[in-house]
Ligand binder design. Structure first.
Ligand code: HAX
Length: 435
């Protein structure tokens, strides 16, 4: 057993005992009540899941195992000469529940590099798609094709004891994370660079190698990738992608199947696809207004027109957050440091000044502030990654970190199949008829 896995195994016994003891002591306590309206409103605000890797606070934003993004930027090891945390470190933190040392992070990088080989049939499946198929369609197919390698599927068929489930899930999760950048880069080069693929460089870190395989060799872009992969890694358990992965995994579907389900959810425009929609929306605004930096008044009237057409303003609003997303702020700080005069950055900044007041004035939008997707596309555009249909795939690669760490913990803690109850309007009406 490799050192990382052995270290993880050493943490299991205590954690399982801690959870069992906690349930024994407090299992009957009540933590909230459910209103009828919540059943019709996407279960908003209903605590219903245990996700150990991160927690989202409406006012403060995300904390990964208790650490905010600025704290992680300070505490997680960076690439030599760089400033941004290495995503290997946030995965280590989410999995082990402790901050990694430089050595831990290097070991994680090497471990993933050793696992990164993608079998040839995966590329053949992707190649079977017409080039105009959306990158997320190709990504979903690539991940499903990779399922031939599932250790969990094999172990289950061979009759593995349920107390050992976590081990093949750990293997699948680590292999999946290691292989996703290659699959994603393959799709990118196939679609936008005439299939001129770039071999991985196993000496690079996980996201550096991803940037390299996409075809970039600018150190600043590598730093952006490290930050991008870190801040998109997890957003507690209730968001569509994380929840889908947890739910499908609870049926003991292996990590490849579970992750595919999550990526299908990420591909929705109200979730991860919003990152491409933001750039599409900004570029059409700029084109319609004749190019250049639009004035605040011009942006305001374009925003109102979008709303009048019955569409959402992509990149704004959130189901949980009630303030500017700290993931937005981290990206804004990166832009202010590296590209303060970039025209698209100036537009994104001006949109930030204009949109919240207009959304507030609708009287119905609960969070008028920007989320992570309002900024990410601009940074990628700046370095020449202009093919915005691809952005959600990049988000997906990053989201593997939190969701796979969570899935391993789901099996360690022996969570059962998820099966909430549902009811009907008729039954609810009958229940309250007497009142
Ligand atoms: N533009 C226009 N209207 C918006 C809006 C926006 N950005 N955000 C919310 N609203 C509207 C809703 O559509 C809803 O309208 P109706 O009552 O007519 O149906 C009303 O305001 C109340 O919605 P809410 O309670 O504030 O928001 P929800 O929790 O229902 O939805 C969403 C949260 C993120 C889906 C929503 O804010 C939205 O559609 N935003 C734009 C798309 C987006 O940026 N998605 C990415 C979110 C972050 C993420 O998951 N990234 O991956």
């Amino acid at each position: 057993m490799d050192k990382l896995k052995a270290h993880f195994e050493s943490r299991i016994e205590n954690s399982v005992k801690e959870v069992k003891d906690f349930i024994a002591a407090h299992g009957d306590e009540v933590i909230g009540e459910i209103k009828v309206s919540q059943l019709y409103a996407g279960m908003r605000g209903m605590p219903a899941l245990i996700t150990e890797t991160s927690k989202l606070d409406a006012e403060e934003g995300i904390r990964f195992r208790g650490y905010s993004i600025p704290e992680l930027q300070e505490k997680l090891p960076a690439y030599p000469g760089g400033k941004q945390p290495l995503p290997e470190g946030i995965f280590y933190l989410m999995l082990m529940n402790e901050l990694p040392s430089e050595d831990d992070v290097r070991r994680m990088s090497n471990n993933w590099a050793r696992r990164a080989q993608v079998p040839h049939h995966v590329f053949k499946i992707i190649d079977a798609f017409p080039k105009h198929a959306h990158p997320m369609t190709q990504f979903l197919a690539g991940i499903t094709a990779l399922r031939t390698e599932s250790e969990f599927q094999r172990a289950y068929r061979e009759g593995i004891n349920k107390k050992d489930y976590w081990e093949p899930v750990y293997e699948d999760a680590m292999n999946l994370i290691a292989r996703l950048p290659r699959i994603a880069a393959y799709i990118y080069r196939r679609m936008y660079h005439e299939g001129d693929h770039i071999e991985p460089n196993s000496k690079l870190d996980w996201s550096g190698n991803f940037a390299h395989m996409l075809g970039f060799n600018n150190e600043e872009f590598y730093e952006l990738m490290r930050m991008y992969m870190t801040i998109h890694a997890d957003h507690e358990g209730g968001n569509v992608s994380a929840h889908a992965i947890h739910l499908v995994g609870s049926a003991l579907s292996d990590p490849y199947l579970s992750f595919t389900a999550g990526m299908a959810g990420l591909a929705g425009p109200l979730h991860g696809l919003a990152n491409q929609e933001v750039i599409r929306w900004i570029l059409s605004m700029r084109d319609e207004l004749g190019g250049g930096l639009p004035s605040k008044e011009q942006i305001a009237s374009y925003v109102k027109k979008t709303l009048n057409d019955g569409k959402v303003i992509p990149g704004f609003g959130h189901a949980v957050l009630r303030k500017t997303d700290p993931r937005y702020t981290a990206q804004r700080e990166f832009a202010m440091e590296h590209m303060p005069h970039d025209e698209l950055f100036l537009i994104v900044s001006r949109v930030y000044e204009v949109v919240p007041d207009i959304l507030k004035a609708t009287g119905k939008v609960k969070n008028p502030w920007p989320n992570v997707d309002a900024h990410s596309g601009q940074l990628l555009m700046h370095y020449g990654l202009t093919q915005y249909d691809f952005y959600t795939v990049m988000f997906g690669v990053s989201r593997s970190l939190g969701t796979m760490a969570s899935l391993i913990w789901d099996r360690v803690l022996g969570f059962p199949i998820e099966r909430p109850g549902s009811t009907t309007t008729e039954l609810l009406k009958a229940k309250f008829a007497a009142k």
